[in-house]
Design a protein. Structure first.
Length: 110
C-alpha cells in the first residue's frame, strides 16, 4: 500500500520527476520566448541599419549637391571679382594719368 503520504522513496521520485519536468518545460518555454525576442530584436536592428544607411546616403548626396552648387557659385563670384579688380585697376591707371596731366599743367602754369 503506497499512498502519496506514506513517505516512500517512490513518492519522492515522482515529485522529483514532476518538478524536473516542470522546470524543463519552463526552461524550454523561456528559451523559445527568448529566441523569438532575439530574432525580433535582430530584425529590428537590421531594419534600422538599412534605414540609417539609406538616410546617410541621401544626406551625403544632398551635401555633395550643395557642395557642387557652392563651388560653382564661388567660382562665378571669384571670376566676377577678378573682372571687377581689372576694371578698378584700369580706373586707377586712368586716374593716375589724369593726375599726371593735371600736375604737368600745374607745373607749366607756375
Amino acid at each position: 500500500m503506497n499512498s502519496s503520504c506514506d513517505g516512500s522513496s517512490e513518492d519522492y521520485s515522482e515529485i522529483e520527476d514532476h518538478f524536473t519536468n516542470e522546470q524543463l518545460k519552463r526552461i524550454v518555454e523561456f528559451g523559445r520566448v527568448h529566441g523569438t525576442e532575439v530574432r525580433g530584436a535582430t530584425h529590428y536592428v537590421n531594419n534600422m541599419e538599412v534605414q540609417l544607411k539609406r538616410q546617410f546616403e541621401a544626406d551625403c548626396a544632398g551635401v555633395r549637391a550643395q557642395a557642387a552648387e557652392f563651388v560653382a557659385k564661388t567660382s562665378a563670384d571669384t571670376e566676377g571679382l577678378k573682372r571687377r579688380v581689372k576694371e578698378l585697376e584700369a580706373q586707377v591707371k586712368g586716374l593716375r594719368k589724369q593726375i599726371n596731366v593735371l600736375n604737368e599743367e600745374k607745373t607749366q602754369t607756375n
